[in-house]
Design a protein around this ligand. Sequence first.
Ligand SMILES: *[C@@H]1O[C@H](CO)[C@@H](O)[C@H](O)[C@H]1NC(C)=O
Ligand SMILES: *[C@@H]1O[C@H](CO)[C@@H](O)[C@H](O)[C@H]1NC(C)=O
Ligand SMILES: *[C@@H]1O[C@H](CO)[C@@H](O)[C@H](O)[C@H]1NC(C)=O
Length: 975
Amino acid sequence: MSILLFTFTYVDTKPSQVTWDEYSFKINGERLMLFSGEVHPYRMPVQSLHLDVFQKIKAMGFNAISFYVFWGILEPKRGEISFEGFRDLQPFFDAAMKAGIYLVARPGPYINAETAGGGFPGWGTYTPGLWRTSNTTYLDAYAGYIEAVGSKIAANQITKGGPVILVQSENEYSGFQPPYTEDFDYEAKLMQSLRDAGITVPITTNDAWPGAHYTSVDVYGYDSYPNGFDCSHPYTWLTDAVPEWLWGGHEDANPDDLNAVYEFQGGAFDGWGGSGYDTCAILTGPEFERVFYKNQFAMSTTYLNLYMIFGGTNWGGIAHPGVYTSYDYGSAIAEDRTLREKYYELKLQANFLAVSPAYLTTRPMNIYSTQGSFTGNSALKTTQVLDVVGNKTGFYVVRQTDASTNALQTYTLQLPTSLGTLTIPTIGGLLSLNGKDSKIHVVDYTAGSTELVYSTGEIFTWATIDGRDVIVLYGNAGELHETAFKFSGQAPVARVLSGTGTIKQQTLSGGALAIQYTTSGQTVFQVRNTLVYIFVDRTTAYEFWVLHPPSNGAFAQFNTKNPIIIKGGYLLRSVSTSESTLAITGDLNSTASFEIIAPKASSQKVTFNGGTLTLGRTSYGTLTAKRTVNLPSVTIPNLSTLNWKTADSLPEISRTYSDAKWTVANHTSSINPVVPLTSAVLYAGDYGYHTGNILWRGHFAATGAETGFTVDVLGGSAFGYSVWLDSTFIGSWEGDAVHGEFTGTFNFPAVLAKGSAHVLTILQDHMGYEEDWTAGSDAFKTPRGIINYSFVGSNSTTVSTWKVTGNLGGESYVDKTRGPLNEGGLFGERQGWHLPGFNDAAWATGKPTTGISKAGVSFFRTTFNLNIPKGVDYPLALVVTNSTTNPHFRSQLYVNGYQFGKYINHIGPQKSFPVPQGILNYNGVNTLAVSLWAAGAAGAKLDSLALQLTAKVESTLPAVVNQPSPAWTTRPGAY
Ligand SMILES: *[C@@H]1O[C@H](CO)[C@@H](O)[C@H](O)[C@H]1NC(C)=O
Ligand SMILES: *[C@@H]1O[C@H](CO)[C@@H](O)[C@H](O)[C@H]1NC(C)=O
Ligand SMILES: *[C@@H]1O[C@H](CO)[C@@H](O)[C@H](O)[C@H]1NC(C)=O
């Protein structure tokens, strides 16, 4: 090959906007720590709320969001791809641009994500060929989806003026069902499909651990969930929970790339019968964040994505059987979009890294020999992380050797510095690490014109404002810390300007002033031209925000220059400056006392949410202001006193009901890996029903000998089913948290006359398809339906016709706005009773708290008005209680047609079902519908059902536009 030809064919198509090396990513040539959080567009159907969530993430100091795309909802029928309603991704992209935050797109096609089928569409369950391999049946299956979603993502890449900087191929393609192994052909073809769709930014993948799978992508990385998912023991950590080995894994897999962690534990999912998300938030709380994230920083991680940062809701049929309606995940931002303490701890870490460019070119120097190093205390591990490019700054990450301990350790640090090796504190005394904690101590750290020889007090942020360096340091209440400032010439004297804290000071030979302080009370001191704040404890540091006024152009909101530091407020979203006015927007949940550190010229006047603040000035020149919170009282309707209507939602068991329009279940074979044991295949998916409740009817002529019916039904964990012989209830498998399949025998009440015609009706729950985590297992094809059945006492009885129904239309689902997973197969759902505008005038009066007096299904409907003023964020939840776990029932809650709750009273644990504004109409009429499936002959009722506020926040959340909630219209062919 001639040189000419070589240069002609070698075209580097990699865009200059996103590059990387062994240390970090660079955007437009500039290194940055990508601190990212996971959000799923489909778990927040109110598209106008994306911006609220994104602004909250950005306000923490994060600069990226990673998101999955759920193929199954975009292509519920093969070849018919729809981005209608909440499925449109453009509002998600647009919100990222408005918030000024980058996006990492993860379109699968496999996503796992505790999502039904791991993201695969229902029709995949009857499509032959092993999925997640290079079998062409699978490549053909995803081709249309990757082309469609790939081109939407491509149009929003940074190269096109959009926020997308990276695109992930596959997901945790790490475990393989023997004899199947890693399929390099599939990996290459999928990447090519993404490129063909127009993706030019780097392609990434997330190995489930650093196991060097799929290293042919541009920037390989891995996932880690080191504290596990046992939320029922939230204080129990393993002694060796904190993983140091990930660094070696990364170095083995892709030493030429940065250490990228595409998913790191940000919470934990909780399953049916679990302990609830409040416990998951403790398991992964601020202590966890300090210890585990700082351990990642000890390994020079410069892309860190926390899964989840905002979990959202498994509304409709989004969940796989391992999770329930809430996908709160115990995340920093709770399901109702309120902020947990975890959020504020993250803000401390993200802001530190955002102002520490030296960190972006570091290497850990002593992995595997951290125990006792630099402290001489073997109960502690200290990783030395040095900037090996700038060759100046060092980061020393200290944590317990035994991660499970709550012991208090004291220590001194022997650190190499530009002034030689120092024993710190130099003024005497001891540093301390109390229990589950970790600290990053810095050496030779630059903060504007200030050089810190070292600081044991952790840095929240620093900024140079009006020519003066401001450094914000923090520590735990009562801890001793020391920070040394370099100087040349005459030794300066530090002066306390404000606060009750005292300082000790001493000059160090070589030219530095060491200041020792105890972090108690906000104390401000000055060394020459540097203002230093000390905080009593994290909660004071939590109050600080760093915001940047927008610059110019399309990426104005991504500006990281001209920081403004403000203390106070529940959430500060933005600052902007115009002439001499500083405009702050934010949210308050109580009266705020602000302290504002901003350039004098642009803060002559300061407004908060549009109102002018009355300003004071501290002795050291910062601004102060008070702002009273405005939390108007509102009236929340009392659901128990509303007018409720009810109707029977199981007419299928009446003598006169005709199932003529149902699908005949008459397939004699299935490609399903679970081999059918019945002559007619009774897998609902094979007939196009993939979600919600499924109904079966089996017609048979009696021999006169049968005394009962045995049936083996598969539905997924926590599923249940009920069986009727003609109109007579003969029993239920009520379900538990464990069983996904159950064989039950149900006795007939009487001998059936020989030759008489009968029908068995089986109502089963469908908890979503299984995931497909192990590639080549086709586990997601595990059917939902009847695996086997027989008549007790009669081998010769045969079902002449089986019929099946799920949601009306199956894959040709009716409700294109609410999507394919919102409706199941209950009669009321097929009829659209859950929708606003259905005329229930002819229905009887009846409440869900009165319930149903027999086994079966009832529907309940009511409407109510809300009138919640603008300027506040008052999230609401539907809250149920049941004082007893008997009798057992399953209930679904629909708000304006959207199914936002699935409650199984004896399995739980969820009792509070947040419903976002935008699904709820906050200024008008709302329709609430409830289905109630009583599993026992005694019937069932909800003990209570209430609409409750979960928080009250004065808010500048961007205007919420109600999601379209189309009203009921005649449903042609509904049965
Ligand atoms: C792909 O899957 C089909 C259907 O299961 C099978 O017949 C075929 O042999 C598979 N092809 C390869 C190359 O494995
Ligand atoms: C940092 O040290 C490395 C290795 O000794 C050397 O190659 C490099 O030039 C140094 N960088 C600077 C900025 O001095
Ligand atoms: C306001 O929010 C913060 C942070 O979540 C919380 O700690 C505090 O208790 C809240 N205050 C009120 C009055 O709700």
